[in-house]
Design a protein around this ligand. Structure first.
Ligand code: 5RP
Length: 236
């Protein structure tokens, strides 16, 4: 590997390529959000263009995913039009040894959980920096909140032991607004002892739309890593 090439980018590219290689003809694919999934979307489009697979339709999890799908020639469909999603490919911000995830770094976790959760097979694509012993240790938990409920939800999360920060825009003054028109609280809990319980507890707070804990949804995790100067992909 040349010294000037970013190893994280290479890991993301390679897991994206290998996830795209799992796509079969005549299937509906959940298209995740983020920089790693972006490579998978690109490679699915290239396989379609090369005629390696045919009749593949994508269900996007965000505005970003639909823009990329259009750019790379993947026909899109919606959950109104399909009964099932054969395979979802999506990134993650943290992956624990049980393949539970934190997601929402791109503020798309609400639609991602709907699409990824409906898929028969859900492949997570990450570089090795995302593997953690316990969720919550490297990434604050994203919680999508109706704008009018930001203050009471922040207080309720504080009562659960979390410190909330309203996610702010980049090159835009004020908060990030999700594809659904809501806001995102990034909540620091530290190590999360029971992700399944916390996921339900947070979603029970009035005004919360969805949080970024994905428990028991992933069926496989593809991890890109650099070993002896070479990019390798292994499956968890
Ligand atoms: C978006 C997500 C992303 O999948 C997650 O943030 C990982 O992104 P990246 O592949 O860019 O590291 O959950 O809401």
């Amino acid at each position: 590997m040349a010294a000037d090439i970013d190893p994280i980018k290479l890991m993301k590219q390679e897991v994206g390529r290998q996830a795209a290689a799992r796509v079969r003809s005549n299937t509906v694919i959940g298209l995740g959000t983020g920089s790693t999934t972006a490579y998978a979307i690109q490679f699915i489009g290239e396989r379609l263009a090369a005629g390696e697979v045919t009749n593949v339709k994508g269900v996007p999890t965000s505005f970003q995913a639909s823009v990329l799908a259009k750019r790379y020639g993947i026909p899109l469909t919606t959950l109104d039009e399909v009964d099932t999603i054969d395979l979802a490919i999506d990134g993650a911000d943290e992956v624990d040894p049980q393949m539970n995830l934190t997601k929402g770094g791109g503020a798309a976790h609400t639609r991602e959980k709907i699409v990824d959760g409906l898929a028969r097979e859900f492949i997570v694509v990450v570089d090795s920096s995302k593997l953690v012993a316990q969720l919550g240790t490297t990434f604050a938990l994203p919680v999508e909140v109706l704008p009018l409920a930001v203050a009471p939800v922040s207080k309720a999360l504080e009562a659960l032991g979390g410190k909330s920060d309203l996610r702010m825009g980049v090159k835009k003054d004020g908060p990030v607004i999700t594809d659904q028109g809501n806001m995102v609280l990034d909540v620091t809990f530290g190590a999360i002892a029971n992700p399944a319980e916390l996921e339900k507890t947070i979603n029970n707070i009035p005004g919360v739309l969805e949080n970024g804990l994905f428990v028991g949804l992933a069926t496989e995790v593809l991890v890109g890593e650099v070993k002896d100067g070479q990019v390798k992909v292994r499956s968890l």
